[in-house]
Write a protein that binds this ligand. Structure first.
Ligand SMILES: Cc1ncc(COP(=O)(O)O)c(C=O)c1O
Length: 474
C-alpha cells in the first residue's frame, strides 16, 4: 500500500456506498432526517459515515480494527515511526496511554499540560517535578536546559522523562541533547508534541522529537495539521512501549470510537504525504508576512525570536499602549470579529496554520493596526510591568493519585498556610500549577496566588471569595 491510498477512509466510504440496511448502532441509522437542524448544517454526509463499527473491506472480512492497523502503518511510514496509534481522545488521551504504563519515577517539567498530571492520577508513576522558569520580560515559560535535566536524572533514576515540544508559545528545547542525556541514564523519553505535528514538513522548523530519538510522541493532528478536533496520533520508536500504550488505550478508550475521526486522520495523512511540505511552506510564508507587518506597527511588540522556535505562533503585545493581552483578545473579538488562540497578562497568541489565507492574515493585521491607532489617540500610560517572583515548588505530602480522591473541604486562601491542597491552583495561561493535590501550602505560594489575583490573572481552581480546596485530613 502506498501513501496515495487511504484504506480506512476508503473502507468507510465503501460501506456508505453499499447502502447496507443498518440494524446496528448508532440509533440515527446513518440517516440525518431525524434532526433537520443538524442536517441543514452538517449535511447528510456526516451521518452516513457514522456507523459505530462497520466498514466495507472484504479482504479483512469487514474488520475495522484490521483496516485501522493498515492506516496507522501508513501514518507510521510518513512520520518516520516504527508504529503509530490513532487517538480519538486527542493528545490528552494519548498522554494517558503513554504515561499510564510508567510505574517508577516520572520526571515532569512543571509546565506540562494537565493531561500529564491526570495520567499520574490514572497510573502509578511517582512525579519528580522540574520547576518552571519564565522569561522575566514576557512571563513565557522557558524551555528546559540539558544540565537541569541531567542533574535531576542523576538524583532520581527516572524511568521516564516527559517533554513538551514545543510549548504552547512555540518555545523549543534542544531535544536531541536532552534525549541523549536521558538515554545515558537509562530513562525513556516521551514527548508531548501537541503543537508540533507540522515540524516534520519543513526544514525551517525544529526537528520532531521522534527524529531527535524520543521513544514515543503524541501530536494533536487537529491543532496544527488540520484534522478534526479530538483527533491525534501517537508515534513510536520503541516497540515495547507501543505495546504498553495499546494496552492502556484498550482500557481507557471508548468502545465506540468515531469511525469518522479515524477516517479523517487517514485522509489527512494521505493529503499531507503529497502536499504537506507545500502547505506548511505556504503557512510559514504567511506567518512571516504577518510578523513583518505587525512589527511595523507603532506600540506593537513581538515575542523575540530566541523565545520562539515555531514562527507559526504569532505572540504579540500592546502593553506599551496600556493594554493587557486579555484586553486585546476581548477587543479583537468584540470590535473586529477576530478571535486569537489565547491571551495572558502581556500578550496574545494568534496561530497561523495551513488553513490560513492572505485574507485571514490581512484581517488580523488590519485589526491590530486599527486598535493600535485608536489607543495611540487616547495617549494612555503603558501597562505596569511586574517583576515576577515565582514561588519554590511546595513540599509534596501525598502523591497525586493518593491525594486525588481523599475527602476535601474548603478554606480561605488567606488561612491555607500549612494545609494540604486538594486541587490544582493554576494561573492560566500558561497553565503551570503553583500547587497540586497533595502539596502543602507555603506562605510564598499564597502570596503569589494573591498577586496573580490582584493583577486579574485568572487562577484556575481559585473559588469565589478566594477559597481553595484542601484535604480534610490535614
Ligand atoms: C501542550 C499541550 N499538551 C496537550 C494538550 C492536549 O491536547 P488535546 O486537545 O489534543 O487533547 C494541549 C492542549 O491544548 C497542550 O497545549
Amino acid at each position: 500500500m502506498t501513501q496515495e491510498s487511504a484504506p480506512f477512509w476508503d473502507a468507510l466510504h465503501a460501506y456508505r456506498k453499499k447502502a447496507v440496511v443498518p440494524f446496528h448502532t448508532p440509533g440515527h441509522k446513518l440517516n440525518a432526517g431525524l434532526f433537520p437542524r443538524l442536517e441543514a448544517v452538517l449535511g447528510s454526509g456526516f451521518f452516513s459515515l457514522d456507523p459505530s463499527d462497520q466498514v466495507e473491506d472484504p479482504e479483512t472480512s469487514n474488520d475495522f480494527e484490521q483496516v485501522l492497523r493498515v492506516a496507522e502503518g501508513l501514518a507510521a511510514e510518513l512520520f518516520g515511526a516504527k508504529n503509530t496509534l490513532f487517538s480519538v481522545n486527542g493528545t490528552t488521551g494519548g498522554l494517558h496511554y503513554l504515561l499510564m504504563p510508567v510505574t517508577g519515577t516520572l520526571l515532569v517539567p512543571r509546565f506540562s499540560h494537565q493531561a500529564v498530571y491526570s495520567a499520574m492520577i490514572l497510573g502509578e508513576a511517582k512525579a519528580v517535578y522540574l520547576p518552571a522558569s519564565y522569561d522575566p520580560d514576557w512571563f513565557v515559560p522557558l524551555q528546559l536546559q540539558g544540565d537541569q535535566i541531567e542533574q535531576a536524572l542523576i538524583q532520581c533514576q527516572a524511568e521516564a522523562l516527559v517533554l513538551t515540544h514545543p510549548t504552547y508559545y512555540g518555545t523549543a528545547a534542544n531535544v536531541r541533547d536532552i534525549v541523549k542525556r536521558a538515554k545515558s541514564h537509562g530513562s525513556l523519553v516521551i514527548a508531548d508534541e501537541a503543537h508540533g505535528g507540522h515540524f516534520l514538513f519543513s526544514d525551517k522548523l525544529p526537528g520532531t522529537a521522534l527524529e531527535c530519538g524520543a521513544d514515543a510522541v503524541v501530536q494533536s493532528t487537529h491543532k496544527t495539521l488540520g484534522s478534526f478536533t479530538q483527533t491525534s496520533m501517537l508515534h513510536f520508536n520503541n516497540e515495547a512501549w507501543y505495546r504498553k500504550a495499546v494496552q492502556a488505550q484498550r482500557a481507557l478508550q471508548t468502545t465506540s470510537p468515531s469511525m469518522v475521526f479515524f477516517a479523517a486522520l487517514d485522509e489527512v495523512r494521505r493529503v499531507l504525504a503529497s502536499q504537506g511540505r507545500d502547505m506548511v511552506g505556504r503557512a510559514l510564508e504567511l506567518a512571516g508576512e504577518c510578523r513583518r507587518k505587525l512589527s511595523e506597527l507603532k506600540g506593537v511588540e513581538l515575542l523575540p525570536s530566541h523565545l520562539q522556535a515555531d514562527p507559526m505562533k504569532i505572540v504579540f503585545s500592546l502593553r506599551d499602549l496600556g493594554l493587557t493581552g486579555i484586553e486585546v483578545e476581548r477587543l479583537l473579538r468584540m470590535d473586529y470579529n477576530v478571535q486569537v488562540e489565547l491571551s495572558d497578562y502581556y500578550s496574545v497568541l494568534a496561530l497561523i496554520s495551513m488553513g490560513d489565507t492572505k485574507d485571514s492574515v490581512e484581517r488580523l493585521v488590519e485589526a491590530v493596526a486599527d486598535l493600535s491607532k485608536r489607543r495611540h489617540q487616547l495617549g494612555l500610560a503603558p501597562l505596569k510591568r511586574y517583576a515576577m517572583k515565582v514561588p519554590a515548588l511546595p513540599p509534596i505530602v501525598f502523591g497525586l493519585r493518593q491525594a486525588f480522591f481523599r475527602k476535601q473541604t474548603t478554606t480561605p486562601l488567606s488561612r491555607a498556610e500549612g494545609k494540604i491542597s486538594g486541587g490544582f491552583l493554576t494561573p492560566y495561561p500558561p497553565g503551570v500549577p503553583v500547587i497540586a493535590p497533595g502539596e502543602r501550602f507555603t506562605a510564598e505560594v499564597i502570596e503569589y496566588l494573591f498577586w496573580c489575583h490582584s493583577i486579574n490573572w485568572p487562577v484556575r481552581g481559585l473559588m469565589p471569595e478566594q477559597k481553595v480546596v484542601i484535604l480534610e485530613d490535614n
